[in-house]
Design a protein around this ligand. Structure first.
Ligand code: THU
Length: 131
């Protein structure tokens, strides 16, 4: 199994548990921490729409709770035909724990569609290095 395959299985398993009754757009994310462990998450929506949480944020929370502090790889999976890229807020959230050369795998349920780096997704980022 490649890096992407094990991350995709983990993200898909989270995606099917997404709580997305408002958008009906289910998303799964998987992040790998420095020690090689995988941390998955799904989107969790709320009737007060702005309180909804993206899959990436859920996965970051799971990593932090498990003691992880550095991200080495990210994978996002969604069901639609269009490429699902992390929203602006999640690019920033990821950059707190991941350097610009971190690969971000963008997937559909069938598999990998595109790999980009976090730096391509969030150029000239403001982060811990800026303070
Ligand atoms: N969403 C994510 O969870 N991650 C992304 O990368 C893009 C969007 C969620 C937020 C919301 O629950 C739904 O997808 C529609 O925007």
């Amino acid at each position: 199994m490649s890096n992407v395959d094990d991350m995709l299985s983990s993200a898909r398993a989270a995606m099917v548990n997404a709580y997305a009754p408002y958008s009906r757009f289910r998303v799964g994310a998987c992040i790998r921490s420095e020690d090689g462990r995988l941390h998955a998450g799904c989107n969790v929506e709320n009737a007060a729409y702005p309180q909804s949480q993206c899959a990436e944020a859920t996965a970051i929370g799971a990593m932090a709770a498990a003691g992880g502090r550095r991200i080495t790889e990210v994978l996002v999976v969604a069901e639609g035909a269009a490429l699902c890229t992390p929203c602006g807020g999640c690019r920033q959230r990821l950059s707190e724990f991941a350097p610009p050369d971190t690969p971000v795998h963008l997937c559909g349920p069938e598999g990998l569609r595109k790999t980009m780096t976090l730096g391509e997704l969030l150029p000239l980022s403001f982060g811990p290095h800026s303070l």
